[in-house]
Each structure stands twice: as C-alpha cells, then as structure tokens.
Ligand binder design. Structure first.
Ligand code: HEC
Ligand code: HEC
Length: 466
C-alpha cells in the first residue's frame, strides 16, 4: 500500500448507510434575491498558539487506526512542515497520533488532511487541499487495514476496542464517498455518515441508522480558512449558523464517546477559532501593475462590490447569501440540503443545537458571495471547483467543458490566475474534470461577461492585491 493511500484511509473512518432515497430533480422555488446574514457573537478569547497545536495534533476525531500498523513504515519520515515533536515528528502533516482513553495509541487524519495544501510549491496551513482525488473506491485498502489489525492485535486489545466500531464499516462505507470528478471533496458526505450512527442527544454510538441517506455523493471544493473571521455563516450555502466552535467539531462525530467528551473538545475549539482568526490570506508572490490595479478597483466597485464587499482601508464585507436564481451557478449542492433533511434535522435536534453555545443548520436555496481575500491562491473556482482560472470565471464563454490539470502545485498560471490546464474533447483519462455531470456544471456567475476592452485585465490585476 502506498503511504498516500494509507494517509487517506486513516482519515476516512467511515460508516455505512444502506438505504437510499433518490433525489427529486425539480428546482426549488424562491422569490428572493439575497439575504443579509446576521452576525452571531463568537468566542474570540482563545489562545492562537494552543489553537494551532490542537488543530494539528489534538485528539478531536476520537478514533482511528492503531499506530502500530504504520509506525515502522513512517519511522524514517520527518515532519519538516509543522515541526511537531514526539511520534508526530514521524507522521505527515495531515496525521496525528493520540492516546485513546483506554491507553491505545491511535493515528488519524486531522483537519489539515483537507485544510492545508500547496500553491506554487509553498505549503499553507488553512488553504483548501486542491489535489484531493476521491474517485477510487478504497474498499479493498480498508479491508487491508482491518485484516492487518486483526493479525497484529488480540481480540480484546485496546487497539481493537477503539478501531472496531468503525473498522468493520470502513470497507462497506468507502463506496459512498467515491466522487465522479477529481479535486472535489466529499466532507459533508462523511459528516452525513458519521451523524447517521449517533444518538443526537447523548452523541453515543447508536448502532443503527438515524435517517436515510440519498444515493448521491455530494462533494465540493475546500474553502480557505482565512475567510472564517469575516463570515457570519459557514459553508457554501451559509447553513452553518450560530456558534462556530460547534460547527468546527462535526468531525468529532467519527469517534466521540459522549457529550462529556464532546464538551472537552469544544473548549479546545475556542483556541482553534482564535488561530483561524489570526490567519491572513497569502500575498500574491509576483509583481503587480499598480496603475492597472487601480483601474481594476474601479471596475470591481462598479460590478462586484455589492456582493463581495470592499477591501483595503475601507474594508467591509456584506455577508450576503445570493439566491440560486440570481447567481445562476450549479444549484445542486444547495438543493441537496434543502431536499435531504436527514443531517440538518439530526443536527438541529442534537447536542450541537440544543445546548449552549447554540448552533444550527439552516439550509438555504442560495450561495454565499464569499470574501475574495487571497483569491489568487484558491483555484479552482466556484463551490464545485468547476472553473480552473479567474479569467475563465470572469468570461463564462471561455470556461472549458472538460479540463485537465497538471497535478503539481507549481503548475500555476499567473496570467489567467489559476491552474494550468488543458481543454480536452472527451471526459476521458486521468484527472479530467467533467462539467456536464450532475452537480458539477460551470454555468452562472456571469457578472464578468459584461466587461469591455481591458476592464477584465484590470480587474484581474486588482484581484491580485486582495
Ligand atoms: C474530509 C475533508 C475535511 C476535513 C477532514 C475537514 N474539513 Fe472543513 N471543510 C471541508 C469541505 C469540503 C468544506 C466545504 C463544505 C461547505 O462549505 O459546504 C469545509 C468547510 C469548513 C469550514 C467552513 C468554511 C467557510 O468558509 O464556510 C470550516 C470553518 C471548516 N471546514 C473547518 C474544519 C475543521 C476545524 C476541521 C477539523 C476538525 C475540518 N474542517 C475538517 C473539508 C474538510
Ligand atoms: C449578485 C452577487 C454577485 C456579484 C455581482 C458578483 N458575485 Fe462573485 N460570487 C457570488 C456568489 C454567490 C458566489 C459563489 C457562487 C458559487 O460558488 O456557486 C461568487 C463567487 C465568486 C468567485 C469564486 C470564489 C471562489 O472561491 O471560488 C469569484 C472569484 C468572484 N465571485 C468574483 C467576482 C467578481 C470579480 C465580480 C465582479 C465582476 C463578482 N464576483 C460579482 C456573487 C456575486
């Protein structure tokens, strides 16, 4: 097994939800254009350094594979990116080792499995991973981990006690997170699976399904974490309302024991929130034509500010959720949560929603107009990662139907601003993104189409400064 595959598997400690409802296909009616999302006071007194330590090394997932299975394999590996100490010195930045309550040493993926990545070779914690590829069914590898655990550890061992409830579902669960396109991440699908086997009130492992899951693997781009400090609601459809610490700890449903342990984790997430608030968007690394950028700023304020806000000295982010009709981008992601209320009903009936600090899921038929800080670094664009560059985003006729990216963070296109890619005729071959698939369309957001002359070039120059 390749190390990369193991890393992926350790993260995907899954579930199996066996009954499926088909998705209705009709569109959701709305007669609104946008909503101004109201602010909720957040706990901002955490400790930045402790927050970073916790997010990169803490035990908030609660379950994982026995560390003994990979210890030898990673013995020579050195974590030079996060420079962590102890066992973590020998693990990739996306993994952590922790001691479970019964004393077993367990390893699992951290938030950085998805929320860290590289741009032009530079590692950035908080950047969404842009090289994920969940198109393969890893069931066979999951079986491998199960077999290895059984061979190495006694039946009543601490390691098997921690691993077992998930391990036995791991193999079956893998096929429910296989995405049809590369680069998109099925995080909410994982969440749907985790919550599905938890009692909402005491968060204990329920052993039986709490709701049916639809037969569609929902996946999206991974957003950068430096936007969190500007946002009044989380997620592309703005459904993450109320206290953000609670929203952050949804991954804990993988292995949390009960609400007592959940509360301990919650307290640490106050520090994680402080760390997130300390993040700044990475600066554009090349030179910027200041005159051109100034002209671009005027274009931006005429065409874009009403949704995306002001930047620089007069910074003001309006926190608007734009209706699906108005923005016109692929509606499927937002509609999924409107039609399939299993996860949001569970969430709103759970400890997350009904104990202080309160939070809730409020799915809406729209998408948040996101902050554009560091936008140069977060290609591909739109919630479904369907558009490879900013130039294509701002000229809808130019967007490729099938495109193939070079799988290297250094293959960055500084002219079009985004990933170097090749347009291909057919959705065939490795790493080809197919925009004709349900949920992965590249339509809509045509606000850049009306630009004339060199307005678009100037606008892009300005976007580099954000
Ligand atoms: C399996 C990959 C994965 C893991 C692990 C993961 N996330 Fe995410 N995260 C995502 C994806 C994908 C989204 C986008 C979902 C959406 O907005 O609808 C997201 C969204 C978010 C957002 C909302 C950002 C915004 O601008 O609205 C926050 C905050 C966040 N994650 C924090 C965390 C934290 C903290 C952890 C660890 C406890 C974590 N995530 C673990 C993939 C992941
Ligand atoms: C009517 C509101 C509205 C206007 C006007 C608007 N946008 Fe957007 N923008 C949105 C929404 C909503 C999204 C998210 C759509 C999605 O992900 O499906 C978005 C997404 C984007 C993204 C992609 C963000 C990402 O991380 O993937 C960029 C870049 C962007 N807009 C730039 C612009 C620029 C530049 C203009 C001006 C020419 C503009 N927008 C005008 C609402 C708007």
């Amino acid at each position: 097994m390749k190390n990369k595959t193991i890393v992926l598997l350790l993260l995907l400690l899954i579930f199996a939800c066996n009954t499926y409802k088909n998705l209705p296909t009709s569109s959701t009616d709305t007669d609104w254009i946008y909503e101004e999302i109201p602010a909720t006071p957040q706990a901002v007194n955490g400790d930045v350094e402790r927050g970073f330590e916790y997010i990169s090394s803490g035990n908030y997932v609660g379950t994982g594979a026995p560390y003994g299975l990979v210890e030898k394999r990673f013995a020579k590996y050195q974590d030079t990116l996060l420079n962590r100490a102890g066992d973590n010195f020998h693990l990739p930045y996306s993994q952590t080792v922790f001691e479970a309550e019964n004393g077993a040493k367990i390893t699992t993926g951290t938030c950085f499995s998805c929320h860290a990545g590289r741009i032009d070779g530079e590692f950035i914690a908080g950047l969404g991973d842009n090289k994920g590829d969940f198109r393969r069914n890893l069931g066979i590898f999951a079986l491998g981990i199960n077999v290895m655990t059984k061979l190495k550890y006694r039946k009543r061992s601490e390691e098997r006690e921690v691993f077992q409830p998930y391990g036995k579902l791991l193999r079956k669960g893998m096929k429910y997170i296989v995405t049809p396109n590369p680069m998109v991440n099925p995080a909410f699908r994982l969440e749907e699976g985790y919550a599905c086997f938890r009692d909402p009130v005491d968060l204990k492992y329920a052993g039986k399904k709490q709701y049916d899951m639809p037969d569609y693997v929902l996946a999206s781009d991974v957003p950068p974490l430096w936007h969190v400090k500007k946002k009044n609601a989380l997620y592309y459809n703005g459904m993450g309302r109320g206290d953000f610490r609670k929203q952050f700890m949804q991954a804990s449903l993988a292995g949390v024991r009960d609400t007592v342990q959940a509360r301990e984790i919650l307290n640490n997430f106050e520090d994680v929130l402080a760390w997130m608030h300390s993040l700044e968007a990475p600066k554009y690394p090349k030179s910027i034509d200041a005159d051109m950028a100034e002209r671009g700023q005027a274009v931006f304020q005429e065409h874009c500010t009403r949704c995306h806000g002001y930047y620089g000295e007069e910074e003001d982010y309006p926190n608007k959720l734009i209706s699906l009709e108005k923005v016109g981008t692929d509606p499927f992601y937002a509609q999924y949560f409107m039609r399939n209320d299993g996860l949001s009903d569970w969430y709103n009936a759970s400890w997350y929603a009904n104990s202080a600090p309160y939070s809730k899921h409020e799915p809406k038929a729209g998408y948040v107009a996101p902050p554009l800080d560091g936008i140069w670094a977060t290609a591909p664009y739109l919630h479904n990662a369907s558009v490879p560059t900013l130039e294509d985003l701002l000229n809808s006729k130019q967007r490729p139907k099938y495109w193939k990216r070079v799988w290297d963070s250094r293959a960055y296109d500084y002219e079009k601003m985004g990933w170097q890619y090749e347009s291909v005729d057919k959705p065939k071959g490795k790493y080809v993104y197919d925009t004709t698939l349900q949920g992965y369309g590249n339509q809509g957001h045509t606000f850049g189409d009306e630009l004339e002359g060199d307005e678009r070039v100037a606008l892009i120059e300005y976007l580099k400064t954000l």
